[in-house]
Design a protein around this ligand. Sequence first.
Ligand code: 13P
Length: 251
Amino acid sequence: MTRIPLIAGNWKMYKTGTQAVAAAKQLADLADGVNGVDIMIAPTALSLPLVAAALGKDSRIRLGAQNIYPGKEGAFTGEVSAEMIKDAGADYVIIGHSERRQFFGETDESVSSKIRAALDAQLIPVMCIGETESQREADKTFFILDKQISDGLKGFDLEELDSLILAYEPVWAIGTGKTAGPDQVKEVHGFLRNLIKEKYAEALAGKIRILYGGSVKPGNIKELMRLEDVDGALVGGASLNPEDFNKIIRF
Ligand code: 13P
């Protein structure tokens, strides 16, 4: 089973609309002619329609949001729905990023309802999971990942998860310059694929894309992408610079 790799850039709360448009255009020029890889950038929700208009509908660079609210519409001051994100030009949405779990009270239950909302709006969910440093030290990595998957995907049936993408982001490797070593990444990605096989089906396990995230840089992407169960990367800091991100998508 061949899985087309996905290299995704999470721009977090960086770049104004003007800066986002300029960076996206520069990236589109640099990435011209790159084949065999899906490319996604996730600017702030505010910049999405601007970047979508600048890139055009047929761009190789697809767009994602960094979060959605699970409700369809209503009196939820300050929130943005999946349908609004889709309408703004995004195909993907990152759900359950560790920064959202850490700073905004996101739980496996809210992750589950956001995945539901994403699928209802025909957005591709990129579900983030990962252990903290203390959980790893306490030997709880696999327990935590199992729980995040089991609770985050509770109630979904096999067909519904067809488009789901997983992103393994060990919290201790995000923004720290510490990348999980090849053996650690290999072990966890293999564990996750096997978990999907046991909980759902071999066919889904064979096709689901599992991205790695956490201090991915031009200098370490090759080594990561060589690992059997790594189907791409979710890149933070290094995705903000179009030249660096271009090097990463050309792994
Ligand atoms: P860094 O690449 O900056 O470590 O961030 C990873 C991340 O959080 C992507 O979602």
